[in-house]
Ligand binder design. Structure first.
Ligand SMILES: NC(=O)c1ccc[n+]([C@@H]2O[C@H](COP(=O)([O-])OP(=O)(O)OC[C@H]3O[C@@H](n4cnc5c(N)ncnc54)[C@H](O)[C@@H]3O)[C@@H](O)[C@H]2O)c1
Length: 441
């Protein structure tokens, strides 16, 4: 098939690479000229495991091209996939101006039938807005399909190649058939396609993200209560996760959730509720619990050092919103670092992939090191904010030898409390009693 993907970020670039890998010809379009130039020069603008290989291989095979020319893409493809950003607007709603603008351009330039597939996360009812907008601008036939994306940053290529399910929102039999063909290479064992109307498909995406975030916030709120009682949230997690009705996923307590999706999608769901006169009490609570958890962790670190913050420097391990990505959008690590900086504490940070993005986000107000252990030099403690694999089994002796003050604040519960304390380090984690059986964080 001839496909255009509009918006080549975390979703669009992965989709484009994987669809090209299935034998399709894919035109990647983005308004960001710098991004397109980078791609044309063989550079991959985002970090995602396996993506560079997929892009390089398919470009060399002549199945991928990169351009800012939207008209060219529209006129040279049957399928047009929208993967542009839908960030939060001031009022919390999802800003769909990029989706509407591209839809308008498609209507303006199309000369024959097109199928428009929206992978961007868009508020319920967007299918109607887009269809009406396009119908007002063109007499050419088209189908609009809501096809929300469920890939996860950190395993996006794998998720796209082996999706748990593909949600397809359309009433058009022709579009259903085309979508079946499009996804056929990724459905070899069994079809995991679920067809529904576009409004339900749009809602499914918000429901999924908010449900997952709800589990995290619930565990984070419980972690505070565990600390009061001297209970261990990790034992509670295993205890409830073994119930097959509950399962283990998304029950890990930590410094709160972040990223480019959960926070903005929850805000958008709350806004949709407000617009329709249905108060979204659970999403509101999930959001409030998340900010409370992020601030609680930062505050405990600040309180630990009393009033002498100006003389303190902390080492931070992890700036990305989660492991295996360079994405720092709404990262709890960035929010925590901001709070520590506000208190006057100086920061030396290390992250395997996210340092350039974090430095930009923080206007260069932190120092960085190109190695986790170098970042510890001269620091008065270590704060762990992202659960990168390389932080999971560190050399505690080396940590001890480098720190001015032997203390670890672990926002991801990476270690066994007793073991770390036996190494001679003070250790504070989330929702767990310390070695004396007294809760600290
Ligand atoms: N990142 C994820 O893990 C993820 C997962 C599922 C769904 N989504 C959703 O997918 C959408 C894209 O997310 P992302 O993380 O890939 O965003 P992103 O910011 O990484 O990429 C969006 C791209 O769209 C481009 N763009 C914006 N307006 C454009 C326009 N008018 N014309 C052409 N290009 C334009 C931007 O330059 C950018 O390169 C969002 O709606 C998001 O909610 C994201």
């Amino acid at each position: 098939m001839k496909i255009s993907v509009v918006g080549v970020g975390y979703v669009g670039l992965v989709a484009a690479g994987c669809l090209a890998g299935g034998g399709n010809h894919v035109i990647c379009i983005d308004k960001d000229k710098k991004r397109i130039d980078e791609l044309n020069n063989g550079q991959i603008p985002i970090y995602e495991q396996g993506l560079a290989e997929v892009i390089k291989h398919n470009e060399q095979a002549g199945r991928l091209m990169f351009t800012t020319d939207l008209k060219y893409g529209i006129q040279n493809s049957l399928v047009i996939i929208l993967a542009v950003g839908t960030p939060s607007a001031q009022d919390g709603s999802a800003d769909i101006s990029a989706v509407l603008s591209v839809a308008g351009e498609i209507a303006r330039h199309m000369r024959d039938y097109k199928i428009i597939i929206t992978k961007s996360t868009v508020p319920v009812g967007t299918y109607k807005k887009v269809s009406e907008l396009m119908a007002g601008k063109t007499s050419q036939p088209f189908d609009y399909v809501s096809n929300p994306e469920f890939l996860k940053e950190g395993s996006a290529v794998d998720d796209f190649l082996k999706p748990d399910r593909v949600i397809v929102g359309t009433d058009s039999p022709k579009a259903m058939e085309l979508i079946r063909q499009l996804y056929a290479p990724f459905m070899r064992k069994s079809s995991r396609m679920i067809f529904m109307d576009p409004a339900s498909a749009e809602m499914t995406k918000y429901a999924a993200n908010t449900m997952l975030a709800t589990r995290i916030s619930f565990m984070n709120e419980l972690s505070a209560l565990c600390e009061k009682f001297g209970a261990d949230i990790e034992k509670v997690r295993v205890g409830i996760g073994s119930d097959s009705r509950i399962g283990n996923a998304f029950l890990f307590p930590g410094v709160g959730f972040g990223g480019s999706c959960f926070p903005k999608d929850i805000r958008a769901l709350i806004y949709m509720g407000q617009q329709q006169g249905c108060t979204m009490t659970i999403p509101q609570a999930v959001q409030a619990a998340n900010y409370a958890q992020q601030d609680r962790f930062a505050q405990r670190v600040i309180d630990y050092f009393g009033g002498e913050h100006e003389q303190k420097r902390l080492c931070v391990w992890g700036l990305a919103f989660k492991a295996r990505t360079d994405d720092v959008r709404e990262s709890p690590a960035i929010r925590c670092v901001e709070k520590l900086l506000e208190a006057g504490i100086k920061i030396t940070a290390y992250d395997p992939e996210a340092m350039p993005a974090a430095l930009e986000k923080l206007d260069g107000r932190i120092d960085t090191a190109d190695d986790a252990y170098k970042a510890l030099e001269g620091a008065d403690g270590l704060v762990i904010l992202t659960d990168w694999q390389e932080f999971r089994a560190p050399d505690f002796e080396l940590i001890l030898s480098k720190l001015n003050r032997p203390v670890i604040f672990d926002g991801r519960n990476l270690y066994n409390s007793k073991y770390v304390q036996m190494q001679g380090l003070e250790y504070y984690s989330i929702g767990r009693a310390d070695i004396q059986g007294k809760s600290k964080l």
